[in-house]
Design a protein around this ligand. Structure first.
Ligand SMILES: Nc1ncnc2c1ncn2[C@@H]1O[C@H](COP(=O)(O)OP(=O)(O)OP(=O)(O)O)[C@@H](O)[C@H]1O
Ligand SMILES: [Mg+2]
Length: 294
C-alpha cells in the first residue's frame, strides 16, 4: 500500500516530471517495479531506500540511459525519448553516483562540455572560428563562469578536474549539469564522501538551485540532509515505492523504519530503549552497592 501525502495546501503546481508505472527488469531480476513519481515545479523531492533498492536504476530509466521494461516518463507533459542526449535537451540534467567528469580537462572545460546541448554552433562554424562562433563561445564561457561562481568553484577554473578534492568534484558535476539549463536536476548521492561542512554547503546549494527555478529530485542515504531539504520523500524498497509523503510522515512510518531507517531519525532513544537503559543502570547500581571491592 502506498501513502500519498503532499505538503502543500496550495493548488497543484505545474508537473515537471511524471513517471508512471516504471518497471525495469534485468533478466529475472525486477530492479524497479511499477513506480509512479511526480515532481512539481519548485519542488525538492527525495528518493531514499536501502542499497540495491533500485534508486539509481530508476534515475537511469528517467534519463534515457535504460529503456524501462514498462511505463512512461514525461517531462512537462511530453513523453521523453529513450536517448540520454535528447532527455538532456528536453530539460533534465543529472549527476552520477560514481562521479563522471572529464578528469584531464580543466574545471571550466568540464562545465563548457555541459553547455554543449544549449549551443547551436556546429562543427564547421567551430573550425572556421568566425565571429558568430566566437560570440557564442564567449557567451558559453560567461555562463560557465557564472555557474562556477554559483557553486563556489570560480577560483579553481583552470585546475585539472582530477586534482580537485572529492567534495569539489561533486560540486563540479552539479555545475556541469546546470550548464544545460535544466528544468529538473537529478542528483544521485550528492553528498557521498563529504564532510559535514561540505554536506551543509551542498544543502544550501540545492536550495539555491530550487530558488532559481530548477526542480530537484535527489537520492541520498544521509537522512538528516534529506529530511532538512525535501518537500516530499518517496521510499523505494526492493524496487517498489513503499511510502511517499512529507519528511514528517516518512520518518514516522513504521514500515519505513522497519525496512530502512531502523531507529528513529533523531537518534533519540525510544521508550523501550529508555526502559532498558534504566533497568541496566538500576541493576548495576544494585550490584555496586552489594560489592565491597567497588
Ligand atoms: N545493468 C544492470 N544489470 C543487472 N542488474 C542491475 C543493473 N543495474 C542494477 N542492477 C541491479 O538492480 C538492483 C538495483 O540496483 P540500483 O543500483 O538501482 O540500487 P540503488 O538503490 O541505487 O542502491 P545504492 O543505494 O547501493 O546505490 C540491484 O540488485 C542491482 O544489482
Ligand atoms: Mg545507487
Amino acid at each position: 500500500m502506498t501513502t500519498d501525502t503532499t505538503t502543500s495546501q496550495a493548488p497543484a503546481r505545474d508537473t515537471v516530471l511524471d513517471a508512471t508505472g516504471v518497471t525495469m527488469r534485468f533478466g529475472g531480476l525486477t530492479a524497479v517495479s511499477d513506480v509512479d513519481l511526480t515532481v512539481g515545479g519548485g519542488e525538492i523531492v527525495g528518493l531514499i531506500g536501502p542499497n540495491g533498492a533500485g534508486k539509481t536504476t530508476f534515475f537511469n530509466c528517467l534519463t534515457g540511459l535504460y529503456i524501462p521494461t514498462e511505463g512512461t516518463v514525461s517531462y512537462r507533459g511530453k513523453v521523453l525519448p529513450h536517448r540520454s542526449h535528447l532527455v538532456t535537451q528536453a530539460g533534465i540534467a543529472r549527476t552520477f553516483q560514481n562521479i563522471r567528469l572529464f578528469p584531464n580537462m580543466t574545471v571550466l572545460e568540464n562545465v563548457l562540455v555541459g553547455r554543449h546541448t544549449r549551443t547551436k554552433e556546429g562543427l564547421v562554424a567551430a573550425l572556421l572560428r568566425g565571429p558568430r562562433f566566437k560570440k557564442a563561445e564567449r557567451e558559453s564561457e560567461d555562463r560557465a563562469m557564472e555557474l562556477l561562481e554559483f557553486t563556489g568553484l570560480a577560483a579553481k577554473r583552470d585546475h585539472i578536474a582530477r586534482n580537485l578534492p572529492y567534495g569539489e568534484q561533486r560540486k563540479l558535476e552539479i555545475a556541469r549539469a546546470l550548464a544545460s539549463d535544466p528544468g529538473l536536476l537529478l542528483l544521485d548521492e550528492p553528498t557521498a564522501g563529504m564532510n559535514p561542512q561540505e554536506t551543509r554547503a551542498t544543502q544550501d546549494l540545492v536550495f539555491a538551485i530550487r530558488d532559481q527555478g530548477t526542480a530537484v529530485l535527489v537520492i541520498e542515504h544521509d537522512m538528516r540532509f534529506i529530511f532538512n531539504l525535501c518537500d516530499r520523500v518517496a521510499v523505494l524498497v526492493q524496487g517498489r515505492k513503499l511510502v511517499e509523503g512529507t519528511p514528517a510522515v516518512v520518518q514516522g512510518d513504521e514500515r519505513v523504519i522497519a525496512a530502512y531507517l531502523g531507529t528513529p531519525f533523531e537518534g533519540e532513544p525510544g521508550e523501550e530503549e529508555l526502559a532498558e537503559v534504566e533497568a541496566a543502570e538500576a541493576h548495576s547500581t544494585a550490584r555496586t552497592e552489594g560489592d565491597d571491592t567497588a
